[in-house]
Design a protein around this ligand. Structure first.
Ligand code: FAD
Length: 344
């Protein structure tokens, strides 16, 4: 089977790529879409109970950002009832993503499997999957990222998706545990209060630098992609930069107390960022990298989403990587016309 475009991954970035390709006039029968689950990626599978760092208005911009999404025809959904300047549980975003996925799936060719290899031959990409081989002139990788871990084998890990979800965390044996939480991210500031609601002996937050907060200015946001926002920012201001709650200690990773504090811990949560999922094998070049200004990896091979974020520079020259649903949509809007001209 040969396609003009194949999108690998059906998280928010892959959904946006399919929608924007259809908006560009690519016939649906020329588009293949590969994902093992088609369930809105990590927002649908892992982060449903997490409080968003994005205001609802930005999610609505994403959902209305591709005509092919037909979001104006969607059945009533709780997300559209919320004040656009509020944040929300990510489940409220996962539901419309699934609705859009379902109707896009009826139009393009879908393969419920994992892409395992990518080879450029005769000006076409040969895509190996767990099921069959496809060929495609162009491929969009939207494979997502998974939480980074640190190597402290003596500590029993509480996976991030458990620590972020109060129901899953309630099933963990935490009585009298001393839990190390590494990091100062949005996730850290959600995990810390979750843990403190349990009868833990204490929680030690290992950190490297001062907290960073996003600030909404007239026409841009300071630390938009790396600063704390929403409820996580409110909690951090009151409890980390305010008064530390009982049973919470903080320890500088490079400080003199690190070894002693670490030795007190028996469990660990790693909230130290995300890293790109392993790409399908591309043995022709080894590990491929991407251009962070236009998403190009190779002729006809492009990347979008949290695995390949766009680099941006704020008005004061600070460099960040743009992660978030609306940002993926805006980025596709600007790079897709270029990608249409960069086939092998
Ligand atoms: C705690 C937390 C809070 C967040 N809050 C917000 C927020 O408030 N607002 C916001 O906009 N963003 C938020 N994000 C970011 C958001 O979750 C991610 O940006 C988004 O899920 C990434 O979308 P994606 O499509 O790039 O990747 P994913 O959602 O990870 O989707 C990737 C998909 O590709 C599939 N895949 C991977 N490899 C292959 C392969 N080889 N073959 C086929 N399929 C494959 C995966 O199975 C998955 O379905 C948050 C993230 C976290 C961790």
């Amino acid at each position: 089977m040969t396609y003009a475009w194949t999108v690998i991954g059906a998280g928010p970035a892959g959904i946006a790529a399919v929608g924007k390709l259809l908006d560009e006039g690519i016939p649906p029968e020329d588009i293949a879409w590969i994902d093992p689950a088609f369930a809105a990626g990590d927002i649908g599978a892992k982060w449903r109970s997490v409080s968003s760092n994005t205001q609802v208005g930005f999610f609505l911009s994403y959902l209305n950002g591709a005509k092919a999404f037909r979001f104006s025809e969607a059945p009533p959904m709780p997300l559209t009832e919320i004040d656009t300047e509020e944040t929300c549980a990510l489940a409220l975003v996962a539901d419309p993503l699934r609705w859009i996925t379902e109707h896009l799936r009826k139009r393009v060719a879908t393969f419920e499997t994992t892409a395992t290899g990518l080879f450029l031959e005769r000006r076409q990409w040969r895509i190996e999957t767990g099921q069959q081989e496809l060929t495609s002139t162009n491929v969009v990788l939207a494979v997502g990222a998974s939480p980074k871990k640190l190597n402290y084998p003596q500590l029993s890990e509480i996976p991030l998706e458990v620590a972020l979800d109060p129901e899953k965390l309630a099933a963990e044996p935490l009585d009298n545990a001393t839990v190390a939480v590494f990091g100062s991210s949005h996730s850290s500031m959600i995990v810390l209060p979750h843990l403190l609601r349990h009868p833990v002996a204490k929680v030690i937050n290992f950190y490297r630098s001062p907290l960073k907060y996003a600030v909404y200015l007239d026409d841009w946001i300071l630390f938009d992609d790396s600063g704390l926002k929403g409820r996580a920012a409110v909690w951090a201001r009151e409890n980390i930069d305010g008064v530390l709650p009982e049973r919470l200690e903080r320890c500088l990773v490079d400080g003199p107390e690190f070894e002693e504090k670490l030795a007190q811990c028996d469990r660990a949560v790693y909230t130290v960022g995300l890293e790109r999922r392993t790409l399908p094998e591309t043995s022709q070049w080894g590990q491929l990298d991407y251009n962070p200004n236009n998403g190009i990896l190779a002729p006809g091979l492009f990347g979008v989403g949290i695995a390949f974020p766009e680099q941006s520079i704020d008005p004061f020259g600070y460099v960040e990587y743009r992660v978030g649903l609306k940002k993926f949509m805006d980025y596709l809007h600007s790079v897709l016309p270029l990608w249409l001209h960069y086939s092998p």
